[in-house]
Ligand binder design. Sequence first.
Ligand SMILES: *Cc1c(COP(=O)(O)O)cnc(C)c1O
Length: 378
Amino acid sequence: MTRLPFTPLVASLPSSVPFVGPEAHERALGRPFKARLGANESVFGPSPRAIEAMRTAAGGVWMYGDPENHDLREALAAHCAVAAERIQIGEGIDGLLQVVTRLFIAEGTPVVASAGAYPTFLYHAHGCGAVLHSVPLHDDFEDLPALAQAAHETGAALAYLVNPNNPMGTFHSAEALSAFLAALPSDTVALVDEAYVEFAPERDVLPLAVDDPRLIRLRTFAKAYGLAGARIGYAIASAEVATAMNKVRNHFGVNRIAQAGALAALGDQDYLAAVVEKVASARQSIEAIAASHRLAAVPSAANFVAIDLGGDPEAAAAQSHEVVATLAERGIFVRRPFAAPQNRCVRVSAGTAEDLAVFADAFGEVLTAGPRLRAATS
Ligand SMILES: *Cc1c(COP(=O)(O)O)cnc(C)c1O
């Protein structure tokens, strides 16, 4: 058999991607999901102005998109009140994670992240050969002092943080993040994934004016702006880092339909505000569904809520696995956290009233039927 010259690093990696998409479940199920509440997408969709802009851009799709993403970059600079040199556009946060990991990670480079961290970061970090040191959450919050300490102990190049956190929804305010930056080693980069920042209380978000060369913030049009399928996001970093990203990024990676959609979505802040309100009300509905079963919900600053199944965490983790699988069989897509003890929860994305009614019915039945339900119905 031919032996292909894979690099030793690539040969050592598993041939798998971080997520099984809902479409794979639907193919296995033989029908589409009735409620798609597992990927924290925005069921409310993008602004009609963004849809119109993308429709118009579609006719010009024979052209490559502007590799400098100039118009969107300038608009984001104005919107964020930072210099355009500090902004880099990419194929969603996922694409930007690949760029940033390539900038700072070689084989054997230590990185720190929380246990159960967003798998796409881990995927790209491992893809560059990182040695991962993970730190447990503390009361379902990312443990900032422990992350900083781990960075000191390991000499980490990167400390990855998701704020508001996925999968728990917990949020660290500006004060805590400033203390974290102060506590980090002078040569550790804080990579802060702000996929859900638009849902967090605005006054508590670390100001964008904080221009620490060690700070890279990643944001996206996928969640609050409702453009997950368009694959577009941005980094706010020091000018030095944003410029360095030009060395390795996929320069025609962001297509022109996405650029047009993101620009129009950014320009419709009224629509964004309305979505943020709908999400807040959906969070309350999910909390009420949990409360109706005497279950606690982790207070969330994002567009999803982690429902705590309660009791012994290990038993709850087995139950959450069961609940997610049984709900999938019933046409409802939700997910659960990867790591213990957070995997005692079921994570439900903000849905429409209709989605949540479908979820509430099935969730109630699954909880009452208990763990034998699946065996009985399958
Ligand atoms: C959803 C999510 C992303 C994905 O962002 P894209 O811009 O769609 O790539 C990144 N990070 C976290 C923590 C997420 O939950």
